[in-house]
Design a protein around this ligand. Sequence first.
Ligand code: F6R
Length: 612
Amino acid sequence: MCGIVGYNGSSNAAEILLEGLSKLEYRGYDSAGLAVRSGTNDVVIVKAKGRLRVLAEKTNDGKALKGTLGIGHTRWATHGEPSENNAHPHVSDDRNVVGVHNGIIENYQELKEKLLRHDYTFYSNTDTEVAIKLIDYYMKKYKEGPIDSIARAMTRIKGSYALAVIFKDYPEEFYVARKDSPMVIGIAEGASFIASDVPAILKHTRNVYYIGNQQIARIGKGTVEFFDIDREPVELQMEEVTWDAEAAEKGGFEHFMIKEIHEQPKAVKDTLNAFIKDGRIDLSEAGLSDEYIASINNVTIVACGSAYHVGLAGQYVIEKLVRIPVRVDLASEFRYRDPILNADDLVIVISQSGETADSLAALRLAKERGVSTLGIVNVVGSSIAREADHVFYTLAGPEIAVATTKAYSAQLAVMYGLAVQFAKVRGQIDEETYAQLIAEMETLPKKMERVLEDKERIQWFAAKYSNAKDMFFIGRGIDYAISMEGSLKMKEISYVHSEAYAAGELKHGTISLVEDGTLVVGVCTQNSLYEKTRSNMAEVKTRGAYLMGLTSYGNYAIEDTADFTVYIPRTSEYFATTLAIIPLQLLGYYLSVARGLNVDKPRNLAKSVTVE
Ligand code: F6R
């Protein structure tokens, strides 16, 4: 996820672009850049690594850059580490085409090879540079204008993009194109604005166009013309934005957390797409060859908080599918435990931020012991990503709410990919099961959307129990791992005391806390354990608990025990966590809202814990 802006008018572009980017920094903040021009002068490009203020300082808040037309970008790295070199805008070899991009170009390697064969050179590791050079290539090959060249490039590019492009020989305008990445175009008297999100232009205009998928636009000074991918003109309806700026920044959602909960299907889809190619799992980007996978004898997963819970769910999936021992450790414990590690172990460190102090220390310890390490990280170029021997990036985009949701789901998707591929390479599953599991994984984003459609029921339930004091989450196997994450979500944002228990363990002490009205959530997604957990639910019910059941459609007998039931679509038992966690995230969220708490920034917590 990145943010893009553009301006064409009569004021100083750089100042307007920087101001717009400041509203989009939530979309990415590892580097930023601007390209501006005045008249037929050459385009001037300035980039800076780090937060937007570094670019602002470098350009004296934009005043040092003269020009009335320009484009800008704030980056969240996906291809290529955060650096000035990889920052946008990117340029073609002779500066004929200059552009910024938000999205992921899935076939960029193949396109890059094509361009290399035509003597193009590359200075960055980005997919964007490939897109810009592809447009330049078509412009030169067919000697056509911007619309034709962009359209030709669009027919070759697979993936998602919102592009804004300046052409050397077209000084009065710039061009945009979009597929599956957001873009809004604002029109005012004598000036046009483009941005990835409405807040970046609201200060200047409320009259906007939402450019359609696979459409192109020519942006003049206060004018815009639209074209489809066949280069035919299309008419779009101008709309008026009636929201206020703050609401718009959250895409119409009340909080970042609920926005990010809704972004989960996309986060999972993007992450799966990064390693499932033509129906097979390809782990080569993380440098995990089949020979290497076959040589691993033990897996140790180390992480903190929710990332640790991903490890716990992953442990069940890997052990069941791959049949190798998996140990899961809290990073803060692992680092002081003097852990027993062998040369043929793999240590997996899971971290959204890639900067968590304990997780980083655990990674360093494993490396000191000569053990191979794999980082599953969301922030490209973060410390864990840089230091791990192998890196697997989750493509969740920047997460703003302190309580993780979409990064957690993307991390789970990676665990599934590892488990299924390890099982195949090590001969634990046959070709048919392999294909079935991959096909099932690919259905998850759609099924997640279905779970989200049911959110009103959870909202109602949360409102009813907003005064709850204690809560228990119980489950067995993977359902226990789900319970732990559900419980953490509840306590961290709602401040309701909650505990997760292995359902069969409850009666060894904790059940004495259950009294009339105590809220208990029973998680039952695993067929073989369903009846067992249901009888544990019955045990607490006879002691007065109010029971919420969480299970798959079809298990309707749960209603004989539970007072309130939430159903999720059926999926492979290995992947149930991805669907079952959503109602629990929603429960924590709506309870926090009902209690009037600061959902996105709960007390005493920080997004990235860089101290011990
Ligand atoms: C809980 C949460 C934390 C993090 C933990 C690890 O909602 O967000 O428990 O999961 O602090 O952070 P990362 O993944 O950045 O290492």
